[in-house]
Write a protein that binds this ligand. Structure first.
Ligand SMILES: NC(=O)c1ccc[n+]([C@@H]2O[C@H](COP(=O)([O-])OP(=O)(O)OC[C@H]3O[C@@H](n4cnc5c(N)ncnc54)[C@H](O)[C@@H]3O)[C@@H](O)[C@H]2O)c1
Length: 307
């Protein structure tokens, strides 16, 4: 019988596990559960006889793949999949998928929670500003970026976006102004929200030149990945620009220093919470289960992310 393992250091909500179980058992497969494991060995033991694994931020590296002799597919319930060694998976003949779009509304709503908190001076009682009519730059018009644009319209913002791979027409069709480069986005928009994945191309790409080109009263919101921001540049811009604010869902390596030196301009959620909603949890978990069933029964590889 096909065996599917849910391996989650940070478990799904019980209702999500129930939904996954219904999909997996409904297909005639067996479901196993490994939650809150404290040692890698537990994961290595649990994967030995499974055909499929559903993970969240759990690390799937060559050692795990070596131990999983029957493994055919790993699905990351979520968007970012930098926790899976894609090359090793390909070398082991294992398909890797994510579940794009399932948590994007959750992340997009958090962007506006952070932004309102930021422009109202961290709710310190002083007079803040509004988001209406402000220029918002969306860096990467993927699933999260599109949801940010949709919500920004409700706030009455002036919306710009740049995406290296999405045609400008797709952006313009949503009533969003497409700019031609990351440089143009930063130099045009007082507020920039980051939605690029962490890739070789994007790591440390948000650098001093971009940050210093932003108009006065600059705010950068990062709900993407900490690696995309060049931290020495971030540190420098905080020193140089008293008008600069950084609002983040991912603590930078220099979080303690920024929090101590700039408590009224730096804020980060203590733990990444962008996708932490009941809805996102359930949607991503069930989507992962459906994708596994569809792959094993029909060979559907639509959401494959490794070559
Ligand atoms: N805070 C959280 O909990 C949380 C949750 C979900 C996603 N994320 C992060 O947000 C990122 C975006 O998620 P998504 O669901 O929108 O992903 P997505 O894959 O739907 O969209 C990513 C977009 O980035 C574009 N892109 C890739 N490289 C680029 C580059 N160099 N310059 C400009 N655009 C580029 C792609 O064309 C694509 O449109 C994820 O990769 C993940 O790192 C964080």
């Amino acid at each position: 019988m096909v065996k599917v393992l849910i391996a989650t250091d940070k478990p799904f909500a019980a209702i999500a596990v129930k939904g996954i179980r219904e999909v997996v058992e409904g297909a005639g497969f067996e479901l196993a559960l490994l939650e809150k494991y404290t040692a890698k060995q537990q994961l290595l033991d649990a994967v030995k006889d499974v055909d499929a694994i559903i993970i969240r931020s759990d690390i799937i590296d060559a050692e795990v793949l070596d131990a999983a002799k029957q493994l055919k597919i790993v699905v990351r319930a979520g968007a970012g999949y930098d926790n899976v060694d894609l090359e090793a998976a390909t070398a082991h003949g294992v398909v890797v998928m994510n579940t794009p779009g399932q948590n994007s509304n959750a992340v997009a709503e958090l962007v506006f929670g952070l932004l309102v908190y930021g422009v109202r001076n961290f709710f310190n009682g002083t007079s803040g500003t509004e988001l209406k009519d402000r220029k918002l730059g969306i860096l990467a018009y993927g699933n999260v970026g599109r949801n940010v644009a949709r919500i920004a319209k409700g706030f009455g913002m002036d919306i710009y976006a740049y995406d290296a791979y999405t045609p400008a027409q797709v952006i313009e069709n949503d009533g969003v102004k497409a700019v031609v480069s990351t440089e143009e986005l930063f130099s045009t928009c007082q507020i920039v929200s980051l939605h690029i994945p962490a890739t070789a191309e994007t790591k440390n790409s948000i650098n001093h030149a971009l940050l210093s080109s932003m108009p006065k009263g600059a705010i950068v919101v990062n709900t993407a990945r900490k690696e995309v921001v060049d931290e020495p540049s971030l540190e420098k811009i905080f020193e140089e620009r008293p008008d600069f604010k950084y609002l983040s869902d991912i603590q930078p390596g220099i979080a303690a220093e920024l929090a101590a030196r700039y408590p009224d301009r730096y804020f980060s959620t203590p733990k990444k919470i962008g996708a932490q909603t009941a809805e996102a949890n359930i949607n991503a978990g069930i989507a992962a289960a459906r994708q596994i069933v569809d792959f094993i029964q029909n060979g559907n590889q639509q959401f494959r992310v490794n070559k």
